[in-house]
Every structure is written in structure tokens, then in C-alpha cells.
Design a protein around this ligand. Structure first.
Ligand SMILES: NC(=O)c1ccc[n+]([C@@H]2O[C@H](COP(=O)([O-])OP(=O)(O)OC[C@H]3O[C@@H](n4cnc5c(N)ncnc54)[C@H](O)[C@@H]3O)[C@@H](O)[C@H]2O)c1
Length: 452
């Protein structure tokens, strides 16, 4: 048994913090080739540390450098690697631009960027220019110009970028993708999805309790409250579209024979964050005077060139249970995640829903059948294992990733387009064609293999 596995076993027995440790080591995960990827991390906050933890559990990855401007995060990362008896990586983070020194290292093949949104495109562009295989957290870009920067840099440098959309690898999502590819729903017609997650405690996280409870953000905030809340203050837009739209885009082959054509967006009033501040901090708290620009529920309708519609919702400022609200509907039937139900004409009783479970089990994706047990401890119900696996395997062979720079640009462009539509009373906004016409001949990615 490797020392890493021993460590996991020992710490599990000692009841060590499971929030950053896997329940199950996948140290035997060697991947499809014997190559070893030299991997670096920029940003090891709440998200980056999860990727780091999953990466050091792989035999085919050597973490050679880490970068974070917060020394506390560096200490957490170093301790994690030391506990796993791994070689100490080179450390960066003395300034906001120190990541550029990391990018100059010869012993870095690939980089995972998990920083606040406004850093994403800058860092990814620099990383591609430095010749590194680049993994970028979601969303990839904030403006239309940034979407183009990613595409242009990829095309100029030949460096690959993968958008690290983990929801594309959720077990139910991949089973439904399998059903789509096997034509169980028939010709596709309509989709719904979105990010519907009560983030009030995340947006006002003072760091004093494990997860929020305060009414502070910006300099007084912790983790995402340091930067995410500011977007809600100043932008009336769907600022986080990819968890919902990523899986749907894959099902209907966006940028590969199909494409997003136009979008209309509408926003409700924004009262949720203000109510929260008043409830938690009192009406005299200085933040209670703030007027948040972001509507509480933002609804965008996308039209595709194949004649489908996709309704995308952003709903993060009101009390509600989590749901990505998926619905996949074709000529023969549909799946709805809320209610856990499927109806297939000729198979289901007429006009009656089936519970999804049997269907999802029957169409369990080959990836989950093969790696499901290994993946279970990797975070977010296992999907984090698969997104990292796809990144590492693609980077080892320096081939185009399954979720590429054109996907990153098209999905992320929903943010500026929704903002423009809301600003103009729901006026339709055209999507740029980031593939420059090549969507017509780009072949769908083969999602049905069991490798990655
Ligand atoms: N896919 C998912 O499930 C998922 C989940 C959570 C977050 N995310 C995404 O991951 C990203 C990071 O989110 P998070 O929750 O980890 O936020 P976080 O604030 O906890 O972490 C961001 C880290 O980046 C560091 N940083 C900031 N500027 C830097 C710079 N110039 N150089 C180096 N380091 C810098 C910060 O010190 C911090 O440690 C965001 O894009 C977020 O949307 C994705």
C-alpha cells in the first residue's frame, strides 16, 4: 500500500478533518498512459484546495508549484502535501502578479486556476501564452472581450484550455447524456437548467464561523464573500451560468453541429440580500443601506440553431433548497430533476411519471460504472474526480479537452449577454460565433467512452 493510502487510512482513523481529505484514496489511479503530469495550482482557496487534494491522490500527477496570495492558504496546501509525504512544491504568492513567475517554470506542464472571477481570463491567457495546458474554474470570463481573449489566445498559441465544469460529470447528468445519445428522448426540443443555490451565507461570510453567519463582505469578508458579493452589488446579470448550461450544451452538441444563437433575459427585483442583512445585522448596519443591482431571480431563454430553447435561471439570493433545475425534453419524453422523474412515450404508463432511479441505473454512464467507487470520496458527490481526470488525461497527451475553450467562451458569454438584455428590457442579444463558422464541421465529442 502506498504511503498516501496509509496516510488516508491513519488520518481517517484519527478522525482528522474530512472536509479536505478524501473518504477513499484513488492513489492507484494511473490513468491511460504511463506519463506523469507536472501540475501547478494558482489559487488554493476553498475550491483550489479540493483540486489539490484530488491531484495528490493520483499516481500520474506530480504537484511542482502552488501559488496563493494568502499565506494561510499556502500553509494549508503545504501541510496537506507534507502529510502525504510528497516533495515540497515551489511556492509563489508574494504579490498579485507572482503567478507569472510560476508560469515561467520549466517543470510545470499544466496549471489549474481557481481564483476569483476577475482573475480568470488574465491568468488563463498568461498561462496559455507560457505554453501551459490550462484548467480554468467556472465561470471562465466576465465580459465578451474576455471570452474572445480566451479563444484568440488558444488559437494564437495552440495551448489548450479546459473549463473545469464538474457538473458535466454528475452521475445523473451523465446517465441522461447517455440516454440522449441513445435517442431515448427522441429529437431534442427544450431544456431547463440553472444555478439555484441560496448563497446568502457564502456572500456574507465573516470567516468567524465555519460557514458564514455574518453580514460583511469585501475586505471584511472571508473566501467568496471577499469578491463574489461585489458582483451582486454592481451587476444585474446571470453571473454563474455554467453549472446549468454546461451539461445541457453537451447534450445538444453546442459548438459541434449546433450553436447558441440568441438570448433574452429578465430580472426580478433584488430584495433577498438586503433582507438578509437587515435580519442578521439590523436595519442600522451600514450594509443595510446598500442597493444590490442583481435581481433575485434572473431568467434567460436561449435559442439554438437546431431550434431548441434553453431556459437558464440564476437564483442565489433568496431562501431555497439547492437545485440545478434540469429538464431535458425531446419528441419522445422528458427528464426533470426536480421530482426525480422521467416520462418516455410507449415505455411509461400514459400520462404518468416514472421515478428516475431505474432509468438512471439502466443508463449509468460507462465512466461511472468503471470509476464510481474510486470517485466517491473526491468531492461534490464524486464529479470532482471525473473533471480532474478528464483534465489530467487530456493534458498528459496534450490533446483537446472534452470541455474546451469554445465551450468556455460560449457558456461564459451568457453573463454579458444577459446583462445587456436585462438593461434593454429583454431585448434579444445575438451570441458571437466563437468557432468562426467551424461549429458546422466540428464533430461531437465522443462522450460514450469509459476513459475520459
Ligand atoms: N466547480 C465548483 O463546484 C466550484 C465550487 C466553488 C468555487 N468554484 C469556483 O472556483 C473559483 C474560486 O472559488 P473559491 O470558492 O475557492 O474562492 P476563494 O476565495 O476561497 O479562493 C480564491 C483563492 O484565490 C486566491 N487569490 C486571489 N488573487 C490571487 C492572485 N492574484 N494570485 C494568487 N492567488 C490569488 C485567494 O487568496 C484565495 O485563496 C471561483 O471561480 C469559483 O466560482 C467552483
Amino acid at each position: 500500500m502506498s504511503s498516501r493510502r496509509n496516510f488516508v487510512k491513519q488520518t481517517a482513523l484519527a478522525g482528522a478533518s474530512l472536509s479536505i481529505l478524501p473518504n477513499l484514496s484513488f492513489g492507484s489511479m494511473k490513468g491511460t498512459s504511463n506519463k506523469k503530469l507536472k501540475l501547478a495550482f494558482i489559487g488554493i482557496g476553498q475550491r483550489g484546495i479540493m483540486h489539490l487534494n484530488n491531484a495528490i491522490n493520483r499516481e500520474d500527477v506530480e504537484v511542482t508549484a502552488i501559488c496563493d496570495v494568502d499565506p494561510e492558504r499556502i500553509n494549508i496546501g503545504l501541510k496537506m502535501m507534507l502529510d502525504y509525504e510528497l516533495t515540497k512544491p515551489k511556492v509563489f504568492g508574494n504579490s498579485d502578479s507572482d503567478y507569472r513567475n510560476l508560469l515561467e517554470l520549466k517543470d510545470v506542464d499544466a496549471v489549474i486556476i481557481s481564483t476569483p472571477w476577475l482573475w480568470h481570463t488574465k491568468m488563463a491567457v498568461d498561462s496559455m501564452k507560457a505554453g501551459k495546458y490550462t484548467g480554468l474554474e467556472v465561470s471562465a470570463a466576465n465580459t465578451m472581450e474576455e471570452c474572445w481573449d480566451l479563444v484568440n489566445t488558444h488559437e494564437e498559441t495552440g495551448s489548450h484550455l479546459m473549463i473545469l465544469e464538474n457538473v458535466n460529470y454528475r452521475r445523473d447528468v451523465l446517465a441522461v447524456l447517455n440516454m440522449v445519445k441513445q435517442n431515448v428522448f427522441g429529437e431534442l426540443v427544450h431544456f431547463r437548467c440553472g444555478y439555484q443555490h441560496d448563497l446568502r451565507v457564502v456572500k456574507f461570510n465573516n470567516g468567524k464561523q465555519p460557514y458564514g453567519g455574518g453580514v460583511e463582505f469585501g475586505d471584511k469578508g472571508y473566501s467568496e464573500a471577499k469578491w463574489r458579493t461585489q458582483h451582486s452589488l454592481l451587476r444585474n446579470a446571470d453571473v454563474y451560468p455554467t453549472h446549468g448550461v454546461g451539461p445541457i450544451a453537451t447534450m445538444c452538441d453546442i459548438n459541434r453541429g449546433n450553436r447558441f444563437m440568441s438570448l433574452t433575459s429578465h430580472a426580478t427585483k433584488g430584495i433577498g440580500l438586503n433582507n438578509y442583512i437587515v435580519e442578521q445585522g439590523g436595519k442600522d448596519h451600514p450594509n443595510a443601506k446598500l442597493k444590490f443591482k442583481q435581481g433575485d431571480v434572473i431568467t434567460s431563454t436561449i435559442e439554438t440553431s437546431n431550434g431548441e430553447t434553453i431556459i437558464v435561471t440564476h437564483d442565489c439570493n433568496l431562501p431555497r433548497p439547492y437545485s440545478l433545475g434540469f429538464r431535458v425534453q425531446g419528441a419522445n419524453g422528458l427528464w426533470e430533476v426536480d421530482g426525480n422523474r422521467i416520462y418516455i412515450e410507449g415505455k411509461s404508463k400514459p400520462h404518468q411519471w416514472d421515478e428516475s432511479d431505474e432509468w438512471l441505473k439502466k443508463y449509468d454512464h460507462p465512466l461511472w460504472q468503471k470509476y464510481g467507487e474510486l470517485a466517491t470520496g473526491a468531492g461534490h458527490g464524486g464529479m470532482d474526480f471525473f473533471v480532474l481526470n478528464a483534465f489530467v488525461e487530456s493534458a498528459k497527451d496534450n490533446i483537446a479537452p472534452p470541455l474546451d475553450v469554445y465551450d468556455a467562451a460560449a457558456w461564459s458569454s451568457i453573463t454579458p449577454l444577459s446583462e445587456a438584455s436585462i438593461e434593454n428590457n429583454g431585448e434579444p442579444q445575438d451570441f458571437p460565433d466563437f468557432t468562426r463558422g467551424n461549429w458546422v464541421k466540428r464533430q461531437p465529442y465522443n462522450w460514450m467512452k469509459d476513459s475520459y
